[in-house]
Design a binder for this molecule. Structure first.
Ligand SMILES: *[C@@H]1O[C@H](CO)[C@@H](O)[C@H](O)[C@H]1NC(C)=O
Ligand SMILES: *[C@@H]1O[C@H](CO)[C@@H](O)[C@H](O)[C@H]1NC(C)=O
Length: 419
Protein backbone atom coordinates (compact mmCIF):
# COMPACT_ATOMS: atom_id res chain seq x y z
CA UNK A 1 0.00 0.00 0.00
CA UNK A 2 2.73 2.46 1.08
CA UNK A 3 4.40 1.71 -2.22
CA UNK A 4 1.29 2.92 -4.10
CA UNK A 5 1.01 6.06 -1.94
CA UNK A 6 4.62 6.84 -2.68
CA UNK A 7 4.06 6.30 -6.37
CA UNK A 8 1.01 8.58 -6.24
CA UNK A 9 2.99 11.31 -4.44
CA UNK A 10 5.75 11.02 -7.02
CA UNK A 11 3.21 11.25 -9.82
CA UNK A 12 1.49 14.31 -8.31
CA UNK A 13 4.82 16.03 -7.64
CA UNK A 14 5.94 15.25 -11.15
CA UNK A 15 2.73 16.64 -12.62
CA UNK A 16 2.98 19.78 -10.45
CA UNK A 17 6.57 20.39 -11.54
CA UNK A 18 5.62 19.90 -15.16
CA UNK A 19 2.70 22.33 -14.81
CA UNK A 20 4.78 25.03 -13.17
CA UNK A 21 7.52 24.73 -15.80
CA UNK A 22 4.89 24.93 -18.49
CA UNK A 23 3.14 27.95 -17.00
CA UNK A 24 6.45 29.71 -16.48
CA UNK A 25 7.44 29.22 -20.09
CA UNK A 26 3.93 30.15 -21.27
CA UNK A 27 4.02 33.34 -19.24
CA UNK A 28 7.40 34.41 -20.48
CA UNK A 29 6.52 33.48 -24.05
CA UNK A 30 3.52 35.76 -24.01
CA UNK A 31 5.28 38.59 -22.30
CA UNK A 32 2.93 41.54 -22.49
CA UNK A 33 4.19 45.10 -22.67
CA UNK A 34 1.17 47.20 -21.75
CA UNK A 35 1.55 50.89 -22.65
CA UNK A 36 -0.15 51.77 -19.34
CA UNK A 37 2.83 50.28 -17.51
CA UNK A 38 5.04 52.74 -19.38
CA UNK A 39 3.12 55.79 -18.17
CA UNK A 40 0.38 55.81 -20.82
CA UNK A 41 -2.70 57.60 -19.47
CA UNK A 42 -5.29 56.98 -22.17
CA UNK A 43 -7.65 59.81 -21.24
CA UNK A 44 -7.72 61.12 -24.80
CA UNK A 45 -6.05 64.35 -23.72
CA UNK A 46 -2.62 63.56 -22.34
CA UNK A 47 0.17 63.09 -24.86
CA UNK A 48 1.05 59.40 -24.57
CA UNK A 49 3.71 59.32 -27.29
CA UNK A 50 6.61 58.69 -24.91
CA UNK A 51 4.87 55.69 -23.29
CA UNK A 52 4.53 54.03 -26.72
CA UNK A 53 8.16 54.77 -27.54
CA UNK A 54 9.34 53.30 -24.25
CA UNK A 55 7.20 50.18 -24.57
CA UNK A 56 8.53 49.59 -28.09
CA UNK A 57 12.11 50.07 -26.89
CA UNK A 58 11.64 47.31 -24.30
CA UNK A 59 9.92 44.99 -26.76
CA UNK A 60 12.86 45.44 -29.11
CA UNK A 61 15.32 44.52 -26.38
CA UNK A 62 13.40 41.45 -25.21
CA UNK A 63 14.91 38.15 -26.18
CA UNK A 64 13.49 35.71 -23.63
CA UNK A 65 10.32 35.41 -25.55
CA UNK A 66 9.66 34.24 -29.04
CA UNK A 67 6.65 36.57 -29.41
CA UNK A 68 6.40 39.68 -27.23
CA UNK A 69 3.06 41.50 -27.29
CA UNK A 70 2.76 45.26 -27.05
CA UNK A 71 -0.68 46.04 -25.71
CA UNK A 72 -2.91 49.05 -26.23
CA UNK A 73 -5.77 48.26 -23.83
CA UNK A 74 -9.46 48.66 -24.59
CA UNK A 75 -11.60 51.39 -23.08
CA UNK A 76 -8.81 53.94 -23.35
CA UNK A 77 -7.91 56.60 -25.87
CA UNK A 78 -4.27 57.49 -26.43
CA UNK A 79 -3.32 60.82 -27.98
CA UNK A 80 -0.23 60.30 -30.11
CA UNK A 81 2.11 62.54 -32.05
CA UNK A 82 3.71 61.17 -35.25
CA UNK A 83 5.62 58.10 -34.23
CA UNK A 84 7.92 55.65 -36.00
CA UNK A 85 8.44 52.12 -34.77
CA UNK A 86 11.74 50.99 -36.15
CA UNK A 87 12.57 47.37 -36.64
CA UNK A 88 16.09 47.11 -35.31
CA UNK A 89 14.77 44.61 -32.79
CA UNK A 90 15.89 41.38 -31.21
CA UNK A 91 12.66 39.33 -31.31
CA UNK A 92 11.97 37.46 -34.56
CA UNK A 93 8.33 38.37 -34.34
CA UNK A 94 6.25 41.08 -32.63
CA UNK A 95 2.52 41.32 -31.92
CA UNK A 96 1.02 44.80 -31.65
CA UNK A 97 -2.37 44.28 -29.99
CA UNK A 98 -4.60 47.34 -30.31
CA UNK A 99 -7.95 47.13 -28.51
CA UNK A 100 -8.18 50.77 -27.44
CA UNK A 101 -8.12 53.93 -29.51
CA UNK A 102 -5.04 55.66 -30.84
CA UNK A 103 -5.77 59.18 -31.92
CA UNK A 104 -3.90 61.97 -33.68
CA UNK A 105 -3.93 65.65 -32.64
CA UNK A 106 -7.03 67.22 -34.17
CA UNK A 107 -5.52 70.65 -34.90
CA UNK A 108 -2.92 70.53 -37.71
CA UNK A 109 -0.80 73.13 -35.89
CA UNK A 110 -0.50 70.78 -32.89
CA UNK A 111 1.28 68.12 -34.95
CA UNK A 112 4.94 67.83 -33.99
CA UNK A 113 7.26 66.37 -36.58
CA UNK A 114 10.89 65.78 -35.93
CA UNK A 115 12.40 64.56 -39.13
CA UNK A 116 10.42 66.57 -41.62
CA UNK A 117 9.34 70.16 -41.78
CA UNK A 118 5.87 68.82 -42.27
CA UNK A 119 4.30 65.55 -41.22
CA UNK A 120 4.15 63.04 -44.04
CA UNK A 121 2.71 60.31 -41.90
CA UNK A 122 1.30 59.64 -38.48
CA UNK A 123 2.08 56.09 -37.31
CA UNK A 124 4.90 54.30 -39.16
CA UNK A 125 6.37 50.83 -38.92
CA UNK A 126 9.67 50.88 -40.79
CA UNK A 127 11.80 47.79 -41.44
CA UNK A 128 9.76 45.61 -39.10
CA UNK A 129 9.59 42.04 -40.41
CA UNK A 130 7.22 39.39 -39.02
CA UNK A 131 4.84 41.85 -37.48
CA UNK A 132 1.23 41.22 -36.49
CA UNK A 133 -0.92 44.30 -35.83
CA UNK A 134 -4.33 43.18 -34.64
CA UNK A 135 -7.25 43.88 -32.35
CA UNK A 136 -10.65 45.50 -32.16
CA UNK A 137 -9.24 48.98 -31.62
CA UNK A 138 -9.35 52.15 -33.69
CA UNK A 139 -6.78 54.44 -35.23
CA UNK A 140 -8.46 57.82 -35.47
CA UNK A 141 -6.64 60.42 -37.59
CA UNK A 142 -9.08 63.20 -36.58
CA UNK A 143 -8.69 64.72 -40.04
CA UNK A 144 -11.69 67.06 -40.22
CA UNK A 145 -9.72 70.27 -39.58
CA UNK A 146 -7.13 69.25 -42.19
CA UNK A 147 -9.97 68.74 -44.68
CA UNK A 148 -11.56 72.11 -43.90
CA UNK A 149 -8.26 73.90 -44.46
CA UNK A 150 -7.67 71.86 -47.60
CA UNK A 151 -10.58 73.66 -49.20
CA UNK A 152 -8.30 76.75 -49.38
CA UNK A 153 -5.88 74.89 -51.68
CA UNK A 154 -7.75 75.69 -54.88
CA UNK A 155 -7.56 79.40 -54.14
CA UNK A 156 -4.01 80.44 -55.08
CA UNK A 157 -4.05 83.65 -53.06
CA UNK A 158 -5.25 82.19 -49.81
CA UNK A 159 -3.67 78.72 -49.80
CA UNK A 160 -2.82 77.42 -46.37
CA UNK A 161 0.69 76.13 -47.19
CA UNK A 162 0.90 73.97 -44.09
CA UNK A 163 -2.00 71.89 -45.35
CA UNK A 164 -1.99 71.89 -49.17
CA UNK A 165 -0.32 68.76 -50.52
CA UNK A 166 0.92 67.97 -47.02
CA UNK A 167 -1.78 66.07 -45.27
CA UNK A 168 -0.29 63.08 -43.44
CA UNK A 169 -1.10 59.42 -44.10
CA UNK A 170 -2.54 57.50 -41.13
CA UNK A 171 -0.63 54.22 -40.89
CA UNK A 172 2.42 53.46 -43.04
CA UNK A 173 4.11 50.08 -43.25
CA UNK A 174 7.40 50.53 -45.10
CA UNK A 175 10.42 48.34 -45.97
CA UNK A 176 8.84 45.42 -44.15
CA UNK A 177 8.14 41.77 -44.92
CA UNK A 178 5.55 39.37 -43.61
CA UNK A 179 3.15 41.78 -41.95
CA UNK A 180 -0.42 40.99 -40.88
CA UNK A 181 -2.98 43.70 -40.19
CA UNK A 182 -6.23 42.37 -38.72
CA UNK A 183 -9.53 43.47 -37.22
CA UNK A 184 -8.78 47.18 -36.74
CA UNK A 185 -10.84 50.24 -37.60
CA UNK A 186 -9.24 53.23 -39.30
CA UNK A 187 -11.09 56.47 -39.19
CA UNK A 188 -10.90 60.04 -40.52
CA UNK A 189 -7.28 60.13 -41.62
CA UNK A 190 -6.08 63.57 -42.83
CA UNK A 191 -4.99 61.81 -46.06
CA UNK A 192 -4.74 58.10 -47.00
CA UNK A 193 -5.66 55.77 -44.15
CA UNK A 194 -3.21 52.90 -44.67
CA UNK A 195 -0.20 52.66 -47.00
CA UNK A 196 2.04 49.69 -47.75
CA UNK A 197 5.30 50.93 -49.26
CA UNK A 198 8.32 48.94 -50.43
CA UNK A 199 6.98 45.97 -48.54
CA UNK A 200 6.31 42.33 -49.36
CA UNK A 201 4.01 39.59 -48.11
CA UNK A 202 1.49 41.81 -46.38
CA UNK A 203 -1.92 40.42 -45.44
CA UNK A 204 -4.64 42.91 -44.47
CA UNK A 205 -7.89 41.35 -43.32
CA UNK A 206 -11.16 42.17 -41.56
CA UNK A 207 -10.53 45.93 -41.54
CA UNK A 208 -13.04 48.75 -41.36
CA UNK A 209 -12.03 52.04 -42.90
CA UNK A 210 -14.34 54.95 -42.46
CA UNK A 211 -14.29 58.60 -43.51
CA UNK A 212 -16.95 60.90 -45.01
CA UNK A 213 -17.65 60.55 -48.74
CA UNK A 214 -16.56 64.14 -49.33
CA UNK A 215 -13.27 64.03 -47.40
CA UNK A 216 -10.36 64.91 -49.77
CA UNK A 217 -7.63 62.36 -50.72
CA UNK A 218 -8.61 59.89 -48.03
CA UNK A 219 -7.80 56.65 -49.89
CA UNK A 220 -8.55 53.55 -47.84
CA UNK A 221 -5.46 51.48 -48.63
CA UNK A 222 -2.66 52.59 -50.94
CA UNK A 223 0.08 50.37 -52.36
CA UNK A 224 3.40 51.66 -53.64
CA UNK A 225 6.29 49.34 -54.61
CA UNK A 226 4.41 46.57 -52.85
CA UNK A 227 4.62 42.89 -53.81
CA UNK A 228 2.65 39.84 -52.74
CA UNK A 229 -0.09 41.76 -51.02
CA UNK A 230 -3.39 40.20 -49.91
CA UNK A 231 -6.30 42.39 -48.86
CA UNK A 232 -9.56 40.67 -47.94
CA UNK A 233 -12.83 40.73 -45.95
CA UNK A 234 -12.84 44.45 -45.37
CA UNK A 235 -15.30 47.31 -45.54
CA UNK A 236 -14.08 50.63 -46.88
CA UNK A 237 -16.14 53.84 -46.85
CA UNK A 238 -14.20 56.93 -47.78
CA UNK A 239 -13.76 60.08 -49.91
CA UNK A 240 -11.23 58.78 -52.43
CA UNK A 241 -10.18 55.36 -53.78
CA UNK A 242 -11.14 52.47 -51.51
CA UNK A 243 -7.91 50.82 -52.64
CA UNK A 244 -5.32 52.40 -54.94
CA UNK A 245 -2.51 50.43 -56.49
CA UNK A 246 0.48 52.62 -57.31
CA UNK A 247 3.80 52.32 -59.08
CA UNK A 248 5.99 49.25 -58.64
CA UNK A 249 3.21 46.98 -57.35
CA UNK A 250 2.79 43.36 -58.44
CA UNK A 251 1.24 40.08 -57.27
CA UNK A 252 -1.72 41.77 -55.62
CA UNK A 253 -4.78 39.80 -54.52
CA UNK A 254 -7.85 41.73 -53.34
CA UNK A 255 -11.01 39.83 -52.45
CA UNK A 256 -14.29 40.20 -50.50
CA UNK A 257 -14.34 43.98 -50.19
CA UNK A 258 -17.33 46.27 -49.69
CA UNK A 259 -16.47 49.68 -51.15
CA UNK A 260 -18.59 52.82 -50.90
CA UNK A 261 -18.81 55.64 -50.60
CA UNK A 262 -15.53 56.12 -52.42
CA UNK A 263 -13.91 56.24 -55.84
CA UNK A 264 -13.65 52.49 -56.39
CA UNK A 265 -10.63 50.20 -56.65
CA UNK A 266 -8.04 51.85 -58.86
CA UNK A 267 -4.84 50.93 -60.58
CA UNK A 268 -2.89 54.20 -60.68
CA UNK A 269 -2.86 56.93 -61.34
CA UNK A 270 0.31 56.03 -63.25
CA UNK A 271 2.73 58.11 -65.32
CA UNK A 272 2.41 61.57 -63.79
CA UNK A 273 4.94 64.14 -65.11
CA UNK A 274 6.18 61.75 -67.81
CA UNK A 275 7.34 59.16 -65.26
CA UNK A 276 7.83 55.50 -66.15
CA UNK A 277 5.63 53.47 -63.81
CA UNK A 278 4.49 49.85 -63.71
CA UNK A 279 1.80 47.65 -62.17
CA UNK A 280 1.24 43.99 -62.99
CA UNK A 281 -0.47 40.79 -61.85
CA UNK A 282 -3.43 42.17 -59.97
CA UNK A 283 -6.46 40.06 -59.12
CA UNK A 284 -9.58 41.75 -57.73
CA UNK A 285 -12.61 39.58 -56.92
CA UNK A 286 -15.85 39.53 -54.91
CA UNK A 287 -16.26 43.26 -54.53
CA UNK A 288 -19.45 45.24 -54.04
CA UNK A 289 -19.35 48.88 -55.12
CA UNK A 290 -22.16 50.86 -53.51
CA UNK A 291 -22.77 54.31 -54.96
CA UNK A 292 -19.10 54.86 -55.69
CA UNK A 293 -17.96 57.33 -58.36
CA UNK A 294 -16.03 54.56 -60.12
CA UNK A 295 -15.84 50.82 -59.78
CA UNK A 296 -13.05 48.83 -61.41
CA UNK A 297 -10.70 51.53 -62.65
CA UNK A 298 -7.35 51.94 -64.38
CA UNK A 299 -6.14 55.53 -64.66
CA UNK A 300 -3.01 56.93 -66.25
CA UNK A 301 -1.76 60.42 -67.06
CA UNK A 302 -0.94 61.60 -70.55
CA UNK A 303 2.78 61.57 -71.28
CA UNK A 304 3.82 58.73 -68.95
CA UNK A 305 5.69 55.51 -69.75
CA UNK A 306 5.73 51.98 -68.35
CA UNK A 307 2.81 49.58 -68.20
CA UNK A 308 -0.28 48.23 -66.43
CA UNK A 309 -0.78 44.61 -67.45
CA UNK A 310 -2.26 41.28 -66.49
CA UNK A 311 -5.09 42.66 -64.39
CA UNK A 312 -8.35 40.86 -63.59
CA UNK A 313 -11.51 42.30 -62.05
CA UNK A 314 -14.06 39.52 -61.53
CA UNK A 315 -17.20 38.65 -59.58
CA UNK A 316 -18.14 42.24 -58.96
CA UNK A 317 -21.47 43.79 -58.10
CA UNK A 318 -22.17 47.43 -58.83
CA UNK A 319 -24.96 49.09 -56.89
CA UNK A 320 -25.30 52.43 -58.58
CA UNK A 321 -21.60 53.08 -59.23
CA UNK A 322 -21.19 55.93 -61.70
CA UNK A 323 -18.52 54.31 -63.87
CA UNK A 324 -18.51 50.64 -62.90
CA UNK A 325 -15.90 49.75 -65.56
CA UNK A 326 -13.43 52.43 -66.55
CA UNK A 327 -10.03 52.71 -68.20
CA UNK A 328 -8.98 56.33 -68.43
CA UNK A 329 -5.68 57.25 -70.06
CA UNK A 330 -6.55 60.93 -69.92
CA UNK A 331 -6.57 61.17 -66.15
CA UNK A 332 -6.06 64.69 -64.88
CA UNK A 333 -7.09 66.26 -61.60
CA UNK A 334 -6.47 69.85 -62.63
CA UNK A 335 -7.16 72.03 -65.64
CA UNK A 336 -3.75 72.30 -67.32
CA UNK A 337 -3.34 68.83 -68.80
CA UNK A 338 -2.32 68.50 -72.44
CA UNK A 339 -2.22 65.48 -74.73
CA UNK A 340 1.13 63.77 -75.26
CA UNK A 341 2.44 61.17 -77.65
CA UNK A 342 3.64 58.75 -74.97
CA UNK A 343 1.51 56.80 -72.50
CA UNK A 344 1.59 53.98 -69.99
CA UNK A 345 0.89 50.81 -72.03
CA UNK A 346 -2.26 48.98 -70.91
CA UNK A 347 -2.63 45.32 -71.88
CA UNK A 348 -4.15 41.99 -70.83
CA UNK A 349 -7.05 43.35 -68.81
CA UNK A 350 -10.08 41.17 -68.05
CA UNK A 351 -13.44 42.27 -66.61
CA UNK A 352 -15.54 39.19 -65.88
CA UNK A 353 -18.85 38.48 -64.11
CA UNK A 354 -19.74 42.06 -63.41
CA UNK A 355 -23.40 42.69 -62.61
CA UNK A 356 -25.68 45.32 -61.20
CA UNK A 357 -26.59 48.91 -61.90
CA UNK A 358 -24.72 51.91 -63.14
CA UNK A 359 -25.68 55.44 -62.21
CA UNK A 360 -24.35 57.53 -65.04
CA UNK A 361 -23.63 56.87 -68.67
CA UNK A 362 -21.54 55.31 -70.02
CA UNK A 363 -21.55 52.17 -67.91
CA UNK A 364 -18.39 50.97 -69.63
CA UNK A 365 -15.83 53.68 -70.41
CA UNK A 366 -12.58 52.65 -72.09
CA UNK A 367 -10.59 55.68 -73.17
CA UNK A 368 -7.11 54.63 -74.29
CA UNK A 369 -4.25 56.65 -75.65
CA UNK A 370 -4.19 57.38 -79.34
CA UNK A 371 -0.45 56.80 -79.65
CA UNK A 372 -0.28 53.71 -77.39
CA UNK A 373 -3.61 51.88 -77.71
CA UNK A 374 -4.80 49.39 -75.09
CA UNK A 375 -4.51 45.77 -76.21
CA UNK A 376 -6.12 42.51 -75.15
CA UNK A 377 -9.03 44.04 -73.23
CA UNK A 378 -11.64 41.36 -72.52
CA UNK A 379 -15.14 41.81 -71.12
CA UNK A 380 -16.90 38.60 -70.30
CA UNK A 381 -20.35 38.14 -68.73
CA UNK A 382 -21.15 41.70 -67.89
CA UNK A 383 -24.64 43.06 -67.28
CA UNK A 384 -25.12 46.63 -66.11
CA UNK A 385 -28.54 48.24 -66.05
CA UNK A 386 -29.13 51.92 -65.69
CA UNK A 387 -30.30 52.61 -62.17
CA UNK A 388 -33.55 54.49 -62.57
CA UNK A 389 -32.75 57.30 -60.16
CA UNK A 390 -31.96 59.79 -62.91
CA UNK A 391 -35.43 59.20 -64.36
CA UNK A 392 -34.33 59.39 -68.00
CA UNK A 393 -35.37 55.81 -68.63
CA UNK A 394 -32.50 55.48 -71.12
CA UNK A 395 -30.49 52.39 -71.78
CA UNK A 396 -26.95 52.55 -70.43
CA UNK A 397 -24.25 53.06 -73.05
CA UNK A 398 -20.61 52.27 -73.64
CA UNK A 399 -17.65 54.29 -74.85
CA UNK A 400 -14.31 53.07 -76.22
CA UNK A 401 -11.41 54.79 -77.90
CA UNK A 402 -8.23 53.14 -79.15
CA UNK A 403 -9.07 49.88 -77.39
CA UNK A 404 -8.35 46.48 -78.89
CA UNK A 405 -9.90 43.34 -77.50
CA UNK A 406 -13.23 41.54 -77.46
CA UNK A 407 -16.44 40.81 -75.61
CA UNK A 408 -17.29 37.23 -74.61
CA UNK A 409 -20.49 35.60 -73.36
CA UNK A 410 -23.33 37.87 -72.37
CA UNK A 411 -22.36 41.53 -72.41
CA UNK A 412 -24.90 44.29 -71.77
CA UNK A 413 -24.89 47.10 -72.71
CA UNK A 414 -23.60 45.62 -75.98
CA UNK A 415 -19.98 46.46 -76.52
CA UNK A 416 -19.46 47.10 -80.19
CA UNK A 417 -16.77 49.66 -79.74
CA UNK A 418 -13.82 47.32 -79.03
CA UNK A 419 -11.80 46.80 -82.19
C1 LIG B 1 -12.97 40.85 -37.14
O1 LIG B 1 -12.50 41.81 -36.21
C2 LIG B 1 -13.35 42.01 -35.08
C3 LIG B 1 -12.67 43.05 -34.23
O2 LIG B 1 -12.63 44.25 -34.89
C4 LIG B 1 -13.51 40.72 -34.31
O3 LIG B 1 -14.41 40.93 -33.26
C5 LIG B 1 -14.02 39.65 -35.23
O4 LIG B 1 -14.07 38.42 -34.54
C6 LIG B 1 -13.11 39.51 -36.44
N1 LIG B 1 -13.68 38.54 -37.38
C7 LIG B 1 -12.97 37.56 -37.88
C8 LIG B 1 -13.70 36.65 -38.81
O5 LIG B 1 -11.80 37.39 -37.62
C1 LIG C 1 -6.53 35.27 -54.48
O1 LIG C 1 -6.94 34.88 -53.20
C2 LIG C 1 -8.05 34.03 -53.19
C3 LIG C 1 -8.46 33.84 -51.76
O2 LIG C 1 -7.38 33.66 -50.90
C4 LIG C 1 -7.69 32.73 -53.89
O3 LIG C 1 -8.82 31.89 -53.95
C5 LIG C 1 -7.25 33.06 -55.32
O4 LIG C 1 -6.81 31.90 -55.96
C6 LIG C 1 -6.13 34.09 -55.30
N1 LIG C 1 -5.90 34.48 -56.68
C7 LIG C 1 -4.69 34.63 -57.18
C8 LIG C 1 -4.63 35.02 -58.63
O5 LIG C 1 -3.68 34.46 -56.53
Amino acid sequence: MAKYVLLLVVLILGAATATSTQSRSLRSCNQVYNVIDYGGVGDGDTDDTQAFKDAWKDVCKSSSCPVPIIQVPSGKSFLLQPLTFNGECKPDQIIFQIDGTMKAPSDPSDWKCQEHRYCKQWITFDEVDNLMIRGSGTMDGQGSTWWERHSSCKDHKHRDKRVCGRKPTGLVISHSQNVHLEGLTFKDSPQMHVAFERSEWVHASNLTIQAPGDSPNTDGIHLQHAKNIFIDYSRIMTGDDCISIGDGSSQINITHIACGPGHGISIGSLGIDGKSETVEDVHVSYVVFTETTNGARIKTWQGGKGFARNIVFENIRSEGARNPIIIDQYYCDHKHCTDHSSAVKISRIRFENIYGTSHRKPAVHIACSESVPCTDIVLSNVHLDDDDDDGDGDEPSTYCANAQGHARGHVFPPLTCLS
